[in-house]
Design a protein around this ligand. Structure first.
Ligand code: COI
Length: 330
């Protein structure tokens, strides 16, 4: 198969080189993100391999189609940046590439611990050579009830790994997961909101989950709860979150993503003025830890993303079942 790989980092190049032979892939590796202006470079390719920094619009897909592309594979879990319905309607398949769920699960738990132990303000104090811990009395995870929204592979792994901390784990998903009996208490949404000291989001971005955490949801949450979002910024209404933090309704947040992060994350804006005002307010709060959507960023996940994107595309193009196909081809 001939595949063009966009947004290929220096870290990924040796991985693509390592796995190309195994999946019979003839690769063109590009550092540039996939945009309309460089879509024509897919001429003669069977597949286009992308990341999520730019959206794959109908205009771009039309160019891919004229180039002969049969599949777009995103080496990500979420694929909301690809217009899958349109792609499928013009005969282009869309696939994703799941990776080590521990990458995100453990990072979510790290954020819980960092918020509970006031690590952000303490690091700033340390940098100013103030070595006094007073005022930053931590809270312990074993004393907490952690609520997990979304029991996909990452939510499930978060629940499993939390077992080691001895906390109570509550979980909500649209469908019950029998495999999680004994790991998490699966409950209705209101119960999870009412009883959780920490709420960790592991939902996919979709029209139904847009601003899932809004002022109504926050009102149902326990006073002083902590919100952790390692999933998608669009799940949380920034204004409602800021209001809840200002009122002390929430005692902290760990945000690997925020609504509005797409134009700025993964880019360097040193010495520039940004228009992301919600981010400015949130990141100024001592009890809000923000990081640039890097929960997935581990050696294991990087390898999985490369290997599974090649594997899925090779299978699809060979007419075999691709376990990571998204949407429905017409
Ligand atoms: C995903 O895989 O959906 C992610 O969130 C990570 C991606 C931005 C590389």
């Amino acid at each position: 198969m001939k595949m063009i790989v966009y947004s290929c980092s220096a870290e990924e190049r040796p991985l693509f080189a390592r796995y190309a032979g195994q999946f019979g892939a003839e690769l063109t590796l590009l550092a540039e993100k996939p945009v309309l202006e460089n879509a024509h470079l897919a001429a003669g390719m069977d597949a286009v391999n992308i990341l999520s920094a730019t959206c794959i619009t109908p205009e771009i897909l039309d160019v891919y189609k004229t180039c002969g592309v049969r599949m777009v594979v995103s080496r990500t879990v979420g694929v909301e940046h690809v217009d899958t319905a349109y792609a499928n309607s013009i005969g282009i398949a869309v696939g994703n590439a799941p990776y080590s769920p521990a990458s995100v699960a453990d990072y979510a738990i790290m954020m819980m611990l960092m918020v509970l132990r006031c690590i952000k303000p303490m690091l700033l104090r340390y940098a100013g050579q103030d070595y006094t811990p007073r005022g930053y009395l931590g809270r312990e995870l074993p004393n907490m009830t952690v609520g997990i929204l979304g029991l996909g592979r990452i939510g499930e792994t978060t629940a499993r790994h939390l077992q080691g901390f001895g906390c109570r784990v509550l979980a909500y998903d649209r469908r019950e997961k029998p495999a999680l009996r004994g790991v998490a208490e699966q409950a209705d949404l209101d119960t999870v909101y009412r009883e959780s000291d920490i709420l960790s989001l592991h939902l996919a971005a979709a029209p139904e989950t847009y601003h899932f955490i809004d002022s109504a949801a926050i009102a149902k949450m326990k006073d002083g709860a902590v919100l952790i979002n390692t999933a998608r910024g669009t799940l949380v209404d920034n204004a409602a979150l800021i209001d809840a933090l200002e009122r002390g309704k929430l005692s902290g947040a760990g945000l690997d993503v925020f609504d509005g992060d797409r134009p700025i994350y993964y880019r360097d804006f040193k010495n520039q003025v940004l228009a992301q005002r919600d981010m400015a307010v949130l990141s100024a709060m001592p009890n809000v830890l923000m990081l640039p959507h890097m929960a997935y960023y581990t050696d294991q996940a990087a390898e999985d993303m490369v290997r599974n994107s090649l594997d899925g595309a090779a299978r699809y193009l060979a007419g075999q079942e691709d376990p990571w196909l998204i949407g429905e081809m017409v």
